[in-house]
Ligand binder design. Structure first.
Ligand code: 5GP
Length: 221
């Protein structure tokens, strides 16, 4: 028998960072490498970009449909992010996954992250930081999926978002994807060892319990 039993529940991992910081690439790698991680697909009222498909990158819905879902309390969190567009995390599935021991990633903005902080106290908050604002601008421009005006709007939003990193538990600078993924994996591993994830300890009274159930008698004789 082990000395401690840790909670069997999955970890809710909130990943934020400005557009172009590389959250999507990092999360994609995490999913490929770890079969115990599931990523929630958000719902949005923005238009699909490039090759994006409904149900893959996002569920694309109308404003009316989104607002109907808000009324029916179907989101864990939601926010208006870019150009008045809604983005939200559908509630269904998340608790089932967590309760069956699967870690869940939410790739959401700072407003959503703050809402989750109020609701789920043991969630993990990771901020992905670009190496520099110049590199961020280049990444946004090179994506080539949006107009110059939209790129500029995202870049301005990025300035505001970067100031919020202190509200997160960890910050990972994405200068090299491989290294950034390793850091996120290390953070998740460390979180699983946190003392507050311990559910039960079988070592209350060393005089009695260790002797009876945990170790061979000759270890303490
Ligand atoms: P994009 O339009 O580039 O796909 O995403 C814009 C921003 O919306 C990103 O910062 C992304 O993390 C955020 N976002 C995506 N899904 C959600 C969501 O469900 N909730 C919130 N609050 N933000 C989201």
């Amino acid at each position: 028998m082990n000395i401690i039993k840790t909670k069997n529940k999955g970890l809710l991992i909130v990943v934020s960072g400005p557009s172009g910081a590389g959250k999507g690439t990092i999360n994609g790698e995490l999913l490929k490498r770890n079969n115990n991680i599931w990523m929630s697909t958000s719902m949005t009222t923005r238009e699909p970009r490039g090759n994006e498909q409904n149900g893959k990158e996002y569920f694309f819905v109308t404003k009316e449909e989104f607002e109907e879902r808000i009324k029916n309390n179907q989101f864990l969190e939601y926010a208006v992010v870019h150009s008045g567009k809604y983005y939200g995390t559908p509630k269904d599935k998340i608790y089932d996954k967590l309760n069956s021991g699967i870690d869940v990633i939410l790739e959401i903005d700072i407003q959503g992250a703050l809402e989750i902080q109020q609701k789920i106290s043991d969630a993990l908050f990771i901020f992905i930081m670009p190496p520099s604002m110049r590199i961020l601008k280049e990444r946004l421009t090179n994506r080539g999926t949006e107009s110059e005006e939209k790129v500029l709007e995202r870049f301005k939003t990025a300035y505001k978002e970067i100031n919020e990193f202190t509200k997160y538990n960890y910050v990972v600078v994405n200068d090299e994807v491989e290294k950034a993924v390793e850091k996120v994996e290390a953070i998740i591993k460390a979180e699983k060892c946190r003392v507050d994830r311990i559910e039960e300890v079988f070592l209350n009274n060393p005089e009695e319990k260790v002797h009876e159930s945990l170790v061979d008698k000759d270890l303490i004789n």
